[in-house]
Design a protein around this ligand. Structure first.
Ligand code: ZN
Length: 345
């Protein structure tokens, strides 16, 4: 009981410390440093990539989010998270939950936070009618609940497929008490010919520019799974800490924060210039990889080659504009709500 009370108290104040000392058998693990509890009703949309607010993180704190699971590659990814004692937030596709229920049960059993990501992952949420958006969101939650059971905790966290935000989908989500998660850092790990090194490099470079934030990765891709331990090693070397996020409930109170904590603050120090811990080659990128960037594979989901290619080129242009806008916001530390939707993960 005493241990339970201490754990509860630590959770409430958001300082449940952890790390390598709490990760048996792996002294090099980055671990999970603390858990924060958030209330979707108070903060319905987060992620500086698209919204004015993001998670109330301290400098050098990182929240790992994984989209599109469960798929076969999610299983080795779970092993890696366990080996490093990292707790993540998953955004589950309903259809994948039904296809790979055992992997979803493993995610649940490992204590990760489980949010949802629609039923079939349509890349049309930015122009979807209300009834269709309601059905996609509700079916996705129902599929996850169908696998995990009525009593299972499914966080009221939702990520819009492709980050294709729109007023309709945001209203539908808000009406259901869902917190819409955009991101702070994109790693482009869904690109078909990206290497694990490329994923690590993009993740670290872009995180260093912001100094903290939400990472968006896809554990369904083998290259991402290959990159995960390298990312953890690099993060630890640079002094970053992993934070686990849970939703507030009647018995789990939200971590106390101030309104300004939900604005992305500029980094406390200049980004470190190079990778530190990894034996990663190709630090400056590789031309072949860059030239392959028009070959977009949206989340590994099947798409007609021709339309995917057209969509890919459109995506590249819209994302470039969005990233420029995002960088301008970071530089000025003046968040702006609702910039252009981005067809990405
Ligand atoms: Zn996705």
């Amino acid at each position: 009981m005493r241990i339970l009370m201490a754990a509860s108290l630590a959770l409430l104040v958001g300082t449940a410390t952890g790390g390598a000392a709490d990760c048996p058998g792996n002294p090099d693990a980055i671990g999970t440093s603390r858990t924060i509890v958030v209330d979707p009703r108070e903060h319905p949309r987060i992620g500086s990539f698209q919204y004015a607010e993001t998670l109330p993180l301290e400098d050098k704190e990182v929240v790992l989010t994984l989209d599109d699971a469960p798929r076969p590659a999610s299983a080795p990814a779970l092993d890696i998270l366990a080996a490093h004692c990292v707790k993540a937030t998953y955004f589950i596709i309903g259809k994948h939950a039904r296809d790979y229920p055992d992997i979803l049960r493993r995610i649940q059993a490992a204590g990760h936070t489980i949010g949802t990501h629609s039923e079939k992952h349509p890349l049309t949420f930015n122009r979807m009618a209300t009834a269709r958006a309601e059905k996609e969101i509700d079916d996705g939650i129902a599929s996850v609940r169908g696998v995990l059971g009525e009593q299972a905790e499914i966080a009221p966290f939702f990520r819009i497929p492709g980050l294709l935000r729109g007023d309709t989908v945001e209203s539908v989500a808000a009406a259901r008490g869902l917190m819409v998660w955009s991101t702070d850092v994109m790693s482009h790990d869904w690109k078909r010919r990206i290497t694990a090194d490329g994923i690590v490099r993009r993740t670290i470079d872009r995180l260093e520019a912001k100094g903290r934030g939400i990472l968006l990765l896809h554990d369904i891709h083998p290259k991402t799974v290959e990159a995960l331990p390298l990312i953890f090693r690099e993060l630890k070397q640079r002094g970053y800490r992993i934070v686990h996020v849970q939703a507030a409930t009647e018995t789990r109170l939200a971590t106390q924060t101030e309104p300004k904590d939900w604005e992305l603050q500029p980094p406390s120090q200049s980004p470190l210039p190079a990778l530190l811990a990894s034996d990663i080659r190709n630090l400056n990128g590789n031309l072949a990889e860059q030239h392959a960037m028009s070959a977009i594979d949206f989340c590994g989901l099947p798409a007609k080659a021709k339309s995917a290619s057209r969509l890919g080129r459109r995506h590249e242009r819209s994302q470039h504009r969005a990233q420029k806008a995002s960088h301008r916001r970071t530089a000025s530390a003046r968040p702006v709500t609702h910039h252009a939707p981005i067809a990405t993960p």
